[in-house]
Write a protein that binds this ligand. Sequence first.
Ligand code: AMP
Length: 324
Amino acid sequence: MSEDIMKAVIDQIKSHDSIIISRHKRPDGDAVGSTKGLAGIIRLSFPQKDVRVVNEDWSDYLAFLGKEDKMPETLSGALVIVLDTGNVERISNSRYAEGSMLIKIDHHINNSPYGDLQWVEDQRSSVCEMIADLACSNPDVLKMDEQSATALYTGMVTDTGRFKFDSTGPRTMALASFLLEKGVDTETLFSRLYMEDFSFLKFQAAVFSKMKITENGVAYLIVTPSMQARHDISFESACNCVSFLDSIKGSLIYLAFIYSPSGDIRVRLRSRFLAINTLAEKYGGGGHEKAAGATVKTRAQAMALIADADRMLGEFKRSHEDLL
Ligand code: AMP
């Protein structure tokens, strides 16, 4: 089944001379890694094609993966491939519909289908895994170099929490091995991804002192604008605080609320064993079963979301005593 869709994607790549590759706004390692990786594979395999990674925002911490490209004058006749983006509102390219063909490649639950062709597999660890599979399964057509392998490996590592989340399956590891064989320098990559500024660790200590836990074990953090200012931490960096909560015993749901410069509150929801994407959806967001996000406007909405999460976790624990 996925072989057929992969073949259809490759046929479209073959039949277009101009290819635009885009991703979601506020990109993470999977979004940047998959777009850069796919672009690199197509350029190496079909040097005559005009391939551009085109988006309207950026994440500084991923700058080591290289610059993106300029939007061409016209997208007429182009194939537009959008990666890692569940719905059209999140696409970081407002001209995504101007090409002659639109392909969606994604690993989020497909609540908002779009495009002329879709390759969506919500059980995949990452879109980078899917693009690695595309190349690995079609070695006669697609070539990959170390640079593209590094971009794809970056997304696999970051979207699986370093191969720790349960989305990591046998195929994930086989494809990680395929990428490593291309020469990925993991020591350099891990230093770029995981070494922290001293000020960030001070921020972490301050945040730890503020974390809270509900009656049923939902751990949460509220990161105010003043905490971000006091430690001179960017909003983007502050958002990483969700990972601080990832291994508290009994805390099968954990939540981070981060005030954005506009005054909205970004919510990052994470869980083990039970799904929290429906909770994110209730508050206008979405995402994966165990990693989802939303944006709320007020502290009262944040508190209501926490109360809902607490109820869900209470119910789950009552019916799964053996797990805990
Ligand atoms: P995050 O906490 O931002 O890393 O989000 C976790 C997952 O949820 C990501 O895969 C996002 O694509 C998805 N997500 C985050 N925020 C939203 C939103 N407002 N609407 C829909 N999906 C979201």
